[in-house]
Ligand binder design. Structure first.
Ligand code: 5GP
Length: 205
């Protein structure tokens, strides 16, 4: 029954907008949310742990996951593959818990095709100038990689129209407050409530 399934939340937006930071800040605040761990072919960064931050895969392993239909969505992003393990998401939703995916925009659009009832949140930068400084501010990217990331970001912003909500990441805490507000409101939607009341009426009368 629909009302017993968890919500599928998709947090997406341009590279460098702070999706990872916002998601990390959300964790201690929303412990009941289940955070999907993606598979990727990129190398682990310092401190990243296999199975916690990502499932780190070779390109062959990743291709096998695609062929075996193990991924809900996947995308090639700046030379590496990223994808969401499908079974985990489906099982978690079926158990009634909410799942959040933190993914780039090509993947978010694929999820929308498969789960149109998902809640799609676009995390937007306060302005493009700041976005550039955030991308370069990481200090880990080459000039070419920065240029690529900027081109990707511009196209991504035009994709906002496919989302249910746009949340500006001006301050991490405020962005988290807004995401929490969205989740609360989505749980209160009449479509999620009404079937429960119908069941209750059947029992009582
Ligand atoms: P990073 O390499 O900085 O961890 O991530 C690069 C980009 O890949 C980020 O925009 C991140 O949101 C995105 N990403 C992480 N996991 C997935 C995934 O499973 N699917 C897709 N499509 N994008 C992902």
């Amino acid at each position: 029954m629909t009302q017993d399934r968890g919500l599928l939340l998709v947090l997406s937006g341009p590279s460098g907008v702070g999706k990872g930071t916002v998601c990390a800040a959300l964790r201690p605040r929303m412990k009941e949310l289940v955070y999907s761990v993606s598979a990727t072919t990129r190398a682990p960064r310092a401190g990243e742990i296999d199975g916690v931050n990502y499932f780190f895969k070779t390109k062959d392993e990743f291709r096998a996951m695609i062929e075996n239909d193990e991924l809900l969505e996947w995308a090639e992003y700046v030379g590496n593959f990223y994808g969401t393990p499908r079974q985990f998401v489906e099982d978690t939703l079926a158990s009634g818990r909410d799942v959040i995916l933190e993914i780039e925009v090509q993947g978010a659009l694929q999820v929308k095709e498969k789960f149109p009832e998902g809640i799609f949140i676009f995390l937007a930068p306060p302005d493009l100038k700041e976005l550039r400084s955030r991308i370069t501010g990481r200090g880990t990217e080459t000039e070419e990689s920065i240029r690529n990331r900027m081109m990707v970001a511009r196209a991504e912003i035009e994709l906002m129209d496919h989302y249910n909500y746009v949340i500006v990441n001006d301050e991490v805490d405020k962005a988290c407050d807004r995401i929490q507000a969205v989740i609360t409101a989505e749980h209160l939607k009449k479509e999620r409530q009404i079937a429960k009341y119908r069941d209750w009426i059947k029992e009582v009368f």
